[in-house]
Design a protein around this ligand. Structure first.
Ligand code: ZN
Length: 196
């Protein structure tokens, strides 16, 4: 799996709910977890690796030797937000080298299915609350840059433009498929796991 970078269009794709969890999907999720660790991330959403599916993986310790802190959420929903707002710096594997301060609710309740299909629900605070909101946003086609104050967005504009130029170059080289080809691939994945 390859982590796709801004402004790849799949980062703007609204991921579809999973209708069936089978062994092939579990293998895909295991690979997502490996990819998260390989990228030194604490979370990874499915569309960051090209999958239009409502799945994210998380380990806020960032340490693959702490599997007890590893979570998989399928079809996640944020059911409550509370504790006011807090500000902290965020980064994202799809925006390499870019960091910015984002304001978010301090605590959330997030529920979703686990790998075995059972419903799990947790109340999150601190870094974990921030991480689950960041990953949940990805599945809605949103990125952390959408939540920046205009002045902070201005500060990273040059870095974003550099990524946009890199993307254009890769597209001209054929490294990144056309929008049409991407849409065809996404429809295949959705057909496989998002239809009953
Ligand atoms: Zn991210």
């Amino acid at each position: 799996m390859q982590i796709l970078k801004y402004p790849h269009p799949i980062l703007r794709h609204k991921c579809k709910p999973i209708k069936k969890i089978d062994q092939e999907l579990r293998d895909v999720i295991a690979e997502m977890i490996e990819t998260m660790y390989a990228g030194d991330g604490v979370g990874l959403a499915a569309n960051q690796v090209g999958l239009p599916l409502q799945i994210f993986v998380l380990n806020t310790s960032g340490d693959k030797n702490k599997p007890e802190e590893e979570y998989v959420f399928i079809n996640p929903v944020i059911t409550k937000k509370f504790g006011g707002f807090t500000e902290s710096e965020e980064g994202c594997l799809s925006f390499p080298e870019i960091h910015a301060v984002v304001e978010r609710p301090a605590e959330v309740v997030l529920q979703g299915a686990a790998l075995d299909g059972s419903l799990q629900q947790f109340r999150w605070k601190g870094l974990a609350a921030r991480a689950v909101q960041h990953e949940f946003d990805h599945l809605q086609g949103k990125a952390f840059i959408d939540r920046l104050l205009p002045v902070r967005r201005l500060e990273i504009r040059g870095d974003l433009e550099a990524l946009e130029r890199e993307f254009e170059t890769n597209r001209q080289l054929g490294v990144i498929p056309s929008d049409h080809q991407i849409a065809v691939t996404l429809a295949e994945w959705e057909q496989k796991w998002c239809t009953p």
